[in-house]
Design a protein around this ligand. Structure first.
Ligand SMILES: [Zn+2]
Ligand SMILES: [Zn+2]
Length: 65
């Protein structure tokens, strides 16, 4: 399993073992991390993914200025 930071300006991602508790917040920018696609709820299967591999949803968003 993987978590990624949804902040488009931040490259944080991390892999976890199946039963390991996931980190909740990015240690680099403080945003809540995501472990599934916000559109289709598929678990992230690629470390550092930018798009959902199941539905193509953009996972990393640039912060609103
Ligand atoms: Zn971040
Ligand atoms: Zn998706």
């Amino acid at each position: 399993m993987y978590v990624i930071c949804p902040n488009g300006d931040c490259g944080f991602s991390k892999g976890f073992e199946r039963n390991e508790p996931l980190d909740k917040f990015c240690p680099l920018c403080g945003k809540p991390l995501i472990d599934e696609c916000p559109n289709c709820a598929a678990y992230l299967s690629t470390r550092g993914a930018t798009f959902c591999s199941k539905c193509g949803e953009l996972l990393k968003k640039s912060p609103q200025a």
